[in-house]
Structure formats: C-alpha cells, structure tokens
Write a protein that binds this ligand. Structure first.
Ligand code: UDP
Length: 323
C-alpha cells in the first residue's frame, strides 16, 4: 500500500516507516523536523518538510500523494510541558490534526491510523487496563489525544473515514538503525542509559512512596518494533476502533534501572527524588483485543530484550543522530 506518514522523522514514526518499507509498502513522510531528525527518515521514503498547521500545504500534499492510508504520529508528547503550556498541545495535537483529517477525507484516503496513548485513561486504580476502562485524562496531553479519538469517531460516522487508534503504553527500545533522540529527554530508559554512557553522573527516581511493592511506579514497556508491527497489521486488516498496545507485564522504576545495569554492565548510580506531577502508580495494558483481532504477536516482550536493543543503539550513537 501507499502510506502517508506524519511525524515520520520522530522516534516512533521513523521506526514505523522503516518497518512499513521492510514490509513492502511505499511511504511518504511529512514532518516539520521540530522534534524529529532528517537522518531518521529511511532513505527509501519520500520526504516532505511541512507543518500540519499550514492547512493548504497539508491538503495539497495528501491530495497529490494519492496514498491509500494515513498514519498520524506528529504530536507533542511531554506530559509536564502540557501542564504548563496546554495551548501548544490542544493547538497541535487537536487543531492541526483536523487539517490532516480533512485532507484525508478530501483525498479519499481509505484508512487513518492514529497514535493515541494510555494517558487517556488517567489514574486507573486497577490493571490490566482494557479498552473499556473509563477515559479520564489528568493532563492536557492525554486530553488532547482523547479529543482526537472522539473526532475520529465522528469523522467515521459522518465521512466514512475508517480508523484504528492505538493507545500506547510505554514505547521503548530501538531498531538496529534507528533510535530514540529527543531535544529534551524526559523518558526513563534513555535517561538511565545516559548514565551508563557516562554522560550523566546519576539517574533520578521520581517517587519512592507509591503503593507498589518497591514504592516506585510500575509501567508496561513495549518494544518499538512490536508496536510498529501492530500498525502494519492494522493497515492490512479490515478492523476499525481502539486498541491498547502493551505487553501486559509491569516493571517498576527500580527494576528498569536494575535491568539497565545488567545489560550495560555499568553501575548506574540512582538518586531518589519526590514524585513527578501527574504520574499514576501503575499502568499495565490489557492488549488481548489487538492479539485476537489484529493477530498481533509481540516478538521482543521482555524488558531485557527492550533495554538491550536500546543499549546497542545508544552505545553506537552516543550523540544520537549527530554521532
Ligand atoms: N521516571 C523516573 N526518572 C526519570 C524518568 C522517569 O523515575 O528520569 C519515572 C516516571 O516518573 C514514571 C516512569 O519512570 O513513573 C516512566 O516514565 P516515562 O517518562 O519514561 O514514561 P511515562 O510513563 O511518563 O509515559
């Protein structure tokens, strides 16, 4: 199929592009490079540098491209920043995304695949979380993604645009060639591995008084290549709707740091700090729906495999894409 991918220069988007191409699809990447990297765009893909806020540009680009499907990764994704600058999140993740949806409808695109998030669930008190869990986001980032999910339902009903929206749990790990490099890094695994690379003295544990066995937050980490595979299955299936993506296993912050120590063979000192605002204690996915309906089979489901792939990329690219 021919697929138009927004945010294809970012962490998740670039690896999905790589997997799409490996599976024999044709790809056009549309990205403004505000967070992504030109070097991360697979050379087999066509690249358009452009911004979703520019309605005419995106309408023309999707119409000219004649893709059968759109995958929409372009979004801001820092929870903390969304609390201090909500306008940035609603404007980009919702308003600019509507330009893309309109472009897809006008161009007769058959399928729209959207990157949503477990942050739409807010603070669930039980797990594993299924797609039926009430969605009560606790920050503008999660709210912006939920708003877009709602808009997708209406565009399907009123314009017939079929969609699959994936609610990602904690995407992590790297492919052989492509990895995780952000202008500002807030995520746990890349921050811990920076200590292993001697780029930082110590890593930080945000909160040790959560109601979990070791007092630190528990998350469900999913390998980026497994996540990409789900997108390819969605493209090829006739399914429509919302799907969680996670492994159904939770690991605490301390367990993640310990795994990074084992994989890297470095001591990785850690300091304990206060809780970070807006962090739920425990987020574990129920992904049975993706397994049953899309035939999704995660291949790199253990934390060791995930961290190992990240360590291999980060140690080969200590300065990210400028290495
Ligand atoms: N975390 C931490 N130290 C860090 C970064 C993250 O203790 O340097 C914790 C964070 O508070 C959360 C978990 O690690 O409980 C995963 O955070 P991350 O930002 O990687 O993903 P999120 O779950 O927020 O999407």
């Amino acid at each position: 199929m021919k697929v138009f991918v927004t945010g294809g220069a970012g962490y998740i988007g670039s690896i999905c592009v790589e997997e799409l191409l490996n599976a024999g699809h044709q790809v056009t990447v549309f990205d403004n490079l505000s967070e992504g990297h030109r070097m991360a765009v697979d050379e087999r893909a066509q690249f358009i540098e452009g911004c979703l806020s520019d309605r005419e540009t995106i309408l023309n680009a999707v119409a000219a491209d004649q893709s059968e499907a759109v995958m929409h990764f372009a979004a801001f994704a820092q929870v903390g920043e969304s609390m201090t600058d909500p306008s940035k999140y609603f404007r980009n993740n919702v308003a600019n995304g509507i330009n893309l949806l309109d472009a897809a409808v006008e161009a007769g695109v058959k399928k729209f695949i959207f990157s949503s998030t477990a942050a739409t669930y807010g603070m669930p008190d039980t797990g594993p979380i299924t797609e039926q869990e009430p969605q009560k986001p606790i920050n503008p980032y999660g709210e912006s993604k939920l708003m877009f999910e709602t808009i997708l339902k209406w565009y399907r009903e009123l314009h017939g645009l079929e969609f699959v929206a994936f609610r990602y749990f904690n995407a992590a790990g790297c492919s052989e060639k492509l990895g995780e490099e952000r202008r500002v890094e807030t995520h746990l695994i890349p921050n811990v591995l920076r200590v292993a690379l001697a780029q930082k003295k110590e890593c930080r544990i945000f909160g040790t008084d959560y109601p979990t066995p070791d007092g630190t937050c528990i998350r469900d980490y999913i390998h980026i290549v497994d996540l990409a595979q789900a997108h390819i299955l969605a493209l090829e299936s006739g399914k429509c709707g919302f799907y969680n993506l996670g492994n159904g296993e939770g690991y605490s912050v301390r367990e993640v740091i310990e795994t990074c120590r084992q994989v890297s063979g470095k001591p990785i000192p850690a300091i304990e700090e206060a809780r970070r605002d807006g962090d739920p204690a425990r987020l574990i996915a129920g992904s049975q729906k993706a397994i049953d309906e899309l035939g999704w089979k995660p291949r790199y489901a253990t934390l060791e495999q995930i961290v190992d792939s990240a360590w291999r990329w980060h140690s080969a690219h200590p300065n990210g894409y400028s290495s």
